[in-house]
Ligand binder design. Structure first.
Ligand code: SF4
Ligand code: SF4
Length: 251
């Protein structure tokens, strides 16, 4: 019998005794190429001594099964399967504090490299990215549609069970309390501060132009649709307002 075709091991990489499905070699290469072809990659990775200084100073490494040294080594040695595995969980432990970048004798930025891995996970709609970002959907909705990251109306007992007995204070009359704050912009509970219509749309345009909204669509299509509807309406409102201003100036 002829065995002229290439070996299965080269095409599909996986652990024969694991129940995890084998991953296609081409897909692993595509993932690595996406990370490596980013213009930041060569700035963030200059070599690696495997010295572990980054891990010794990393706060996340103290609490999780996570090591920036390991992440850098995976990239430096082009360990495609290891990179893919790390993108399933470990990369999400990083706090993006960049202590590692300040300490690395090679002037690497492990935190920056992990950011590239995260962006690639989002781009490919990996399940790890979806599940990590799902709890932040309310924050993303608020941020993109209002320019505010957190507003008083988002602080509800249901969302902060870890506050224990102090959660009862959240049931306080927020609107009344906000009125007591002596700043005109804080008399609202839907936003933390006022972002005017023009600024809000400018912010949205930046997210649109820089691909943030494309990434959002990949990981949460419903949220993307809701935000697009809200912002389309805001754009129409701004156009109406600008037309009114022009009319007034013509008079
Ligand atoms: S990334 Fe830098 S600090 Fe970390 S192991 Fe490599 S050389 Fe050492
Ligand atoms: S940026 Fe991430 S990897 Fe670097 S020290 Fe901070 S938590 Fe650790």
């Amino acid at each position: 019998m002829s065995h002229s075709h290439s070996s299965r091991v080269q095409k599909h990489i996986g652990d024969p005794i694991s129940e995890k499905p084998a991953v296609d070699q081409e897909f692993l290469e595509e993932i690595f190429n996406d990370i490596q072809s980013d213009f930041r990659f060569d700035h963030e990775l200059n070599g690696c001594l495997n010295c572990g200084i980054c891990t010794a100073t990393c706060p996340a490494a103290h609490y999780y099964d996570f090591s920036p040294r390991e992440m850098v080594q995976l990239l430096w040695t082009e360990n495609l399967e290891g990179i893919y595995d790390a993108m399933q969980e470990k990369i999400w432990a990083c706090a993006q504090c960049y202590t590692c970048a300040a300490r690395c004798p090679f002037k690497n930025s492990p935190g920056g490299l992990i950011m590239l891995m995260r962006e690639t996970a989002i781009k490919h709609g990996m399940e790890s990215a979806k599940s990590v970002l799902r709890p932040f959907s309310r924050v993303m909705l608020k941020l993109i549609s209002t320019g505010n990251q957190l507003a008083p109306d988002m602080i509800t007992p249901d969302h902060f069970p870890d506050w224990g007995p102090n959660i009862s204070k959240v049931d306080a009359p927020l609107k009344l309390l906000r009125k007591a704050i002596p700043m005109a912009t804080l008399n609202t509970t839907a936003t933390a501060w006022e972002v005017n219509l023009k600024t809000s749309i400018e912010l949205y345009t930046i997210w649109e132009e820089t691909g943030v909204l494309d990434q959002l669509e990949t990981i949460d299509e419903n949220l993307f649709d809701v935000i697009v509807d809200i912002m389309d309406e805001k754009r129409e409102d701004l156009e109406d307002w600008e037309d009114e201003q022009e009319d007034e100036n013509d008079e």
